[in-house]
Design a protein around this ligand. Structure first.
Ligand code: FAD
Length: 518
């Protein structure tokens, strides 16, 4: 009897929900497409899709869809193509400037990360023989890592933070300290299933529908929605030696970083596995939220290290190891460190499991969350700076515009352009080596937000004025002219691909690249 009552309650709930959905839906076309997943106009769900990590803008969709399958995604996009209305895939909403939002009155967010289907739960399939993993586009990288580790395998190229979706990072590039050696994440994809802007579900790779494949990688969501990605794997290392050393001289710091990335392609014992770095200008103390490396009980004083112009540079490197090379890892590290020119007393080393290293930023996230400091505005700015001008950037920005208050980490590390496939949609500076400079700052009040936003503008203006040809990573522009300038020579191809794969310009309108006219 109790069971029957429960069933009745559930049925009534489902009917009520359906009535509410039907009553409130702004896109009636979606009611007939035969979704296996769920269509929602729930206030809470609309609100969740209206904000992102940046917390700088809002954009409320009229509906949210939780697809059960790739066919569901195709059904929604097909309806949008025929109607038309705007559709944005949302990975984990970790964009800064509303890139996954819908700003139009009538438009749908497809929540790729929160699929209701059983299929999604088991949608990570590892092929040990093929050394690849097939994953649903909305899966988070942390889940991909957990699944592949069961086979002793792992992807090769990462982002610093793993609570990002596969489709979201592949729509940008996906970079971290492994990029110098393996290329960005988009260089490590064998195959994709993509729903184009016409609602067609297409499998693509280098050899099959290759134009779509290259368009989608780094394509800012403009050409299709990635429902499956086949990602290359390697045997997963067990542990990581994680080392930080300090520099007070920027030229030496860059020379060493550039030397280390020139070792790409060498045998693993002759290079580091990860090369990053960051700039320290804050208040005389090294206090980086991204790790507890320099602990509060043992702070490192910048003044004690003779920082040049109050600024220090920290090189961050790692060496992976397992039983096979546990005995020789120290020797290998020493041989590499010997060639570098850091402050001799400034070597900080830690040793940890591979997973803990990859998941390091999540620990910082939990700490910040516990203090209420995570869900705050993030006026982030990510720039690719050509190698030949990084010294000018240092003088003008790190030792100039920034002052001595940064409000968050500032990363700096170089990459090799030859690891980036020029056929993808991403744009990078023209030189063989370019740096990522990432200002990852938080604003706890409106005054700081204004200050940091203004400072970002000053940095861009400075680069423009002295002709440092930077490219924004995770770019944000609001006019088509700015986008044309961003893409430069690649614009005609980008535009032509848009006309081919999303001719009604319904996809990812939150990027503000193309105007959508209903
Ligand atoms: P969303 O923000 O949800 O979406 C981003 C764009 O991709 C939108 O235009 C959306 O429509 C589109 N999109 C989403 N899913 C799909 C799909 N399946 N198919 C097609 N288009 C899709 N990036 C790095 O490269 N390296 C880092 O180390 C790094 N660290 C980060 C750390 C933090 C704490 C945060 C917040 C971000 C970081 N990022 C990093 C940036 C990150 O790569 C981007 O935010 C990226 O957009 C992924 O986030 P997401 O999965 O939440 O995508």
């Amino acid at each position: 009897m109790a069971v029957n009552n429960n069933k009745l309650v559930l049925l009534t709930f489902a009917i009520c929900r359906l009535i509410v959905t039907v009553g409130l839906t702004v896109v009636p076309e979606l009611l007939d497409v035969g979704l296996q997943g769920r269509l929602s106009v729930d206030t809470w769900e609309l609100e969740a899709a209206s904000v992102d990590f940046g917390r700088l803008s809002r954009g409320e969709p009229s509906e949210v869809v939780h697809p059960a399958t790739a066919e569901d995604v195709a059904r929604v996009v097909k309806a949008a193509f025929e109607s038309p209305f705007a559709v944005s895939a949302r990975g984990h909403g970790h964009s800064i400037n509303g890139q996954a939002m819908i700003k139009e009155k009538k438009g749908v967010v497809i929540e790729m990360g929160k699929s209701d289907s059983g299929e999604d739960g088991s949608s990570i399939r590892v092929s040990e023989k093929g050394m690849y993993v097939d994953v649903w586009g909305g899966k988070l990288w942390i889940d991909v890592l957990s699944a592949t580790l069961e086979y002793g395998l792992a992807p090769m190229s990462w982002t610093d933070y793993l609570y990002l979706s596969v489709g979201g990072t592949l729509s940008n590039a996906g970079i971290s300290g492994q990029t110098f050696n393996h290329g960005p994440q988009i260089t490590n994809v064998y195959e994709l299933d993509v729903v184009t802007g016409k609602g067609e579900l297409v499998t693509c790779s280098e050899d099959r529908n290759s134009e779509l494949f290259h368009a989608v990688l780094g394509g800012l969501g403009q050409f299709g929605i990635i429902t499956r990605a086949r990602i290359a794997l390697e045997p997963a290392p067990h542990r990581v030696r994680w080392i930080r050393v300090l520099y007070s001289n920027f030229a030496r710091f860059c020379k060493d970083q550039e030397y280390l990335i020139s070792l790409h392609g060498k045998a693993a014992r002759e290079r580091f596995d990860y090369v990053e770095g960051f700039v320290i200008v804050d208040e005389g103390l090294i206090n980086n939220w991204r790790s507890s490396f320099f602990s509060a009980s043992n702070p490192v004083k910048i003044t004690s290290l003779n920082a040049d112009g109050g600024v220090l540079y920290c090189l961050e490197i790692t060496k992976n190891y397992d039983q096979g090379n546990a005995d020789s890892v120290d020797e290998e590290i020493q041989a590499l460190l010997k060639k570098l020119n850091f402050i001799p007393t400034s070597v900080f080393t830690t040793d940890l499991p591979y997973v803990d290293f990859l998941d390091r930023v999540h620990k910082a996230e939990l700490k910040l969350r516990s203090k209420g400091l995570w869900d705050v505005p993030h006026p982030w700015l990510n720039l690719f700076v050509p190698k030949s001008r990084i010294g000018d950037f240092d003088k003008g920005v790190f030792k100039g515009i920034l002052g001595n208050k940064t409000s968050g980490p500032i990363l700096i590390y170089p990459m090799n352009k030859n690891k980036w496939d020029q056929r993808s949609s991403v744009v990078t500076p023209e030189e063989d080596v370019f740096y990522l400079v990432a200002f990852l700052r938080s604003a706890l009040d409106t005054e700081t937000l204004e200050y940091l936003t203004n400072q970002n503008r000053q940095i861009l203006k400075f680069c423009h004025d002295i002709e440092i040809k930077v490219k924004q990573y995770l770019p944000h522009y609001t006019t088509q002219q700015e986008w044309m300038d961003h893409f430069g020579d690649k614009w005609p191809q980008f535009n032509a691909r848009k006309m081919q794969f999303d001719p009604r310009r319904i996809l990812a309108t939150g990027q503000q690249i193309f105007q959508f006219h209903p």
